[in-house]
Write a protein that binds this ligand. Structure first.
Ligand code: NAG
Ligand code: NAG
Ligand code: NAG
Ligand code: NAG
Ligand code: NAG
Ligand code: NAG
Ligand code: NAG
Length: 658
């Protein structure tokens, strides 16, 4: 988030911030749901799972914040599960968190998964068809860093290291079975900065396993998040975290005065705080109006928000390989009847695996630009991604010249099919469209911020947004995606590939792409969803007008609602539609730096109390035309910088549609 938008955020969100804190809903972190392990709906396994989840939920107010249980007698339907609440939370918070997790995991994150893990700040819930009790597991990893650097670097790494060491020692001191393996520690780094750290293991593993698990995490922190104001790493058996603000409920006695002194074990704050409400909740409830508290809350939230940069788990590397005979059988030898359509780089067929699983099989055309590199790229990226708004990759097949990707089957085809078809458009009422917009935004946010890798899709367009049976959007086609390292924000390419009409000018003209390129494409998508028209097929009496200039004209004339699709004019939310038009125009601004981040777009979509800044003139560079063509623009290094189209001469003579 850029500085000015942070300021806007601070000013306009102070009220909702207080609300967020006092509400104290569990704070979601991440989840793990290996897509190769699915159960059949309505099976015994599913009913055992439901039974397990309710048993975990109903046991969550017990002392100890940890519970493991099994349901079912023998495999294959036996299921093992546990939850662990953060060592400092009250029984009530624990109960809430476990209930939320149990619900979310089956409703949202892993509806048919045989095994899953879901993490919140306050608790973790895990289940599997294989026994995992007492077995240390750190193969599934999630880590997150605070965006900000620590300002006092002197002695920081050393102090943090010794605090972590001390915490690990105390957390692993007791070895009787079931002993709480939790410790926190705080210490002053400078007169104004206090470090808070926390370590915890699931109590089912031994002290020595816990020690190994925690030391591994502590050792990783500097690799992932060197010099940051806060960081966390979560694995199934343990977790560590530090921040420069108190993120856990500190009920312990004040820390001992001289820093190197070894504190007595204080690993049981739970016992003396059962009925105590989180101090932040008290602050929010008791003095919501006090200015200083507002400031505190804002600081807290900004830190918390930056600390919530999420990354997915690195999972065990299990094989995703399918063989060609299996896919041939599944698709009736790639018959015409099974053909679903043509994707960006090849034909797509519907298939059914022997276990009844429906799949979409994408055969990459042999002369496609997606060579072996792009192919591996897509597999590599998608295999690591899990999000309900991204299409799931089940696996791939490499056989001679054949390159094949196997995806989940998404029945309602692409959003593209709904644009420019009044019949189909009618089925997309405003609330559905609004849901689709939110889903696409969350999918992109996941790519940009929440996955361990920073991924730029680079080819977001209506035909790459698939709709499932409930019309949830799923982003597909990652052949062009690029992975950025965490702190990289821009890259230049001399091979421009993208879709005419969705490319921002800085990319089409200069080959610069960044997270903001996807934001631009998202803006175009928004306008298309609102208007029911494709950017490229837009027609009015004035041939020089395109969807963007049309939107801008109406915006300035105060007639934005004119943009709206005729088929939904009789029923829509004026506030939501206006907000979406406003966001769309912010996204397509010419200057990438002025376009909002996906993070703030989600905030804007979710809140009605946001004051949005005024959009600047959009980039009119791309005009209507062959929007479906994927472009290849080869620029040599010397030419690269000098090719600059002016807004008016957008003839794109240097661009060659394939
Ligand atoms: C599962 O059971 C529910 C309720 O009994 C039913 O509505 C649903 O159609 C069933 N699903 C399958 C796939 O059998
Ligand atoms: C706790 O779990 C057990 C089985 O694991 C179950 O029988 C019991 O109903 C659950 N609830 C409570 C409140 O103990
Ligand atoms: C819980 O885990 C322990 C091992 O840590 C195991 O001995 C015990 O049987 C488990 N409890 C249930 C109900 O499965
Ligand atoms: C758990 O499920 C997976 C996938 O169905 C299967 O391969 C594995 O054998 C199962 N494990 C047990 C102990 O049933
Ligand atoms: C944090 O420090 C690194 C180098 O240590 C620097 O590259 C980066 O820009 C800094 N980030 C912020 C937000 O100051
Ligand atoms: C933490 O403990 C490990 C092993 O006990 C030791 O190698 C390391 O130097 C310690 N780090 C600090 C900062 O005390
Ligand atoms: C940290 O500083 C605060 C006030 O500046 C002081 O009250 C506290 O005792 C200090 N803590 C430690 C561990 O030195």
């Amino acid at each position: 988030m850029s500085f000015p938008s942070k300021v806007t955020f601070v000013v306009h969100f102070s009220i909702s911030i207080l609300f967020i804190i006092s509400e104290a809903a569990p704070n979601f972190r991440s989840y793990y749901c290996p897509n190769r392990y699915n159960f059949t709906p309505n099976s015994t396994y599913q009913s055992n799972l439901n039974h397990l989840l309710s048993s975990l939920s109903s046991n969550a107010s017990r002392e100890g914040g940890f519970y493991n249980t099994t349901v079912g007698q023998n495999s294959p339907n036996q299921i093992y599960g546990l939850f662990l609440c953060r060592g400092d939370v009250t029984a009530d918070v624990c109960k809430d968190c476990v209930a939320t997790a149990a619900k979310a995991v089956v409703q949202q994150y892993c509806p048919t998964g045989i095994k899953a893990i879901i993490w919140y700040d306050e608790c973790m819930l895990r289940y599997s068809n294989e026994s995992f009790f007492s077995i240390m597991n750190d193969r599934v990893r999630y880590y997150a860093c605070n965006d900000q650097n620590i300002t006092v670097l002197d002695g920081f790494a050393q102090l943090l290291g010794s605090m972590m060491n001390d915490s690990v020692t105390r957390a692993t001191a007791a070895d009787q079975p079931g002993a709480t393996k939790f410790a926190t520690k705080e210490n002053n780094l400078s007169s104004s900065i206090t470090l808070y750290c926390l370590v915890q293991c699931t109590p089912d593993i031994s002290s020595s396993s816990c020690n190994k698990c925690l030391r591994g995490r502590v050792a990783n922190l500097p690799d992932h998040c060197s010099g940051r104001k806060g960081a966390t790493e979560l694995v199934p058996s343990c977790n560590v975290r530090y921040e420069v603000y108190p993120f856990y409920r500190n009920t312990a006695t004040p820390p001992p005065p001289p820093p190197p002194a070894i504190a007595p074990p204080d690993s049981a704050p739970r016992s003396n705080g059962k009925s105590q409400v989180s101090s932040l909740t008290v602050i929010a409830i008791v003095t919501p109006i006090a200015v200083c508290m507002v400031l505190l809350a804002m600081v807290y939230c900004l830190q918390r928000r930056s600390a919530r940069k999420k990354y997915p788990m690195e999972e065990e590397n299990e094989s995703l390989l399918f063989d060609l005979p299996t896919l041939k059988a599944a698709t009736n030898k790639f018959s015409e009847d099974n053909k679903l359509g043509k994707g960006g780089f090849g034909e797509v067929y519907k298939g059914i695996l022997p276990n009844g699983q429906e799949i979409a099989v994408k055969m990459l055309s042999k002369n496609s630009t997606q060579g072996a590199e792009e192919f591996k790229n897509e597999v590599k990226i998608l295999a690591k991604l899990q999000h309900r708004n991204l299409v799931r990759l089940f696996g791939y097949c490499l056989d001679g010249n054949e390159k094949i990707l196997v995806y989940e089957y998404v029945p309602n085809k692409s959003l593209d099919n709904f644009l420019n078809d009044p019949e189909k458009q009618r089925t997309l009422d405003w609330s559905r469209r609004y849901k689709i917009i939110g889903g696409i935004a969350r999918g992109i946010l996941y790519l940009h911020e929440d996955s361990r890798l920073r991924i730029i899709h680079r080819d977001l367009k209506a035909s790459n947004i698939l709709l499932d049976e409930d019309m949830n959007p799923k982003i597909s086609d990652f052949g062009m995606a690029r992975i950025f390292s965490n702190d990289q924000t821009q890259e230049n390419t001399f091979k421009i590939a993208g879709t005419y009409g969705y490319m921002p000018p800085e990319y089409a003209m200069q080959g610069h792409f960044s997270l903001k390129s996807d934001v631009y494409s998202f803006g175009i998508l928004l306008l298309e969803i609102l208007s029911g028209k494709k950017n490229g097929s837009f027609c009015t009496s004035d041939p020089s007008e395109n969807l963007l200039s049309h939107a801008w004209k109406h915006w300035n004339g105060g007639t934005s609602l004119e943009l709206l699709d005729l088929t939904i004019r009789d029923s829509y939310s004026r506030t939501e539609v206006n907000k979406c038009i406003h966001i769309a125009l912010l996204c397509v601004q010419e200057n990438p730096a002025q376009r909002p981040t996906m993070d703030s777009i989600i905030l804007m979509l979710n809140s009605n109390s946001v004051t949005l800044s005024s959009p600047q003139r959009p980039a009119f560079f791309l005009q209507s035309g062959t929007e479906q063509n994927v472009l290849e623009l080869e620029l040599d290094q010397s030419k690269g910088k000098s090719i600059l189209f002016s807004v008016d001469e957008a003839s794109i003579t240097e661009v060659y549609p394939r």
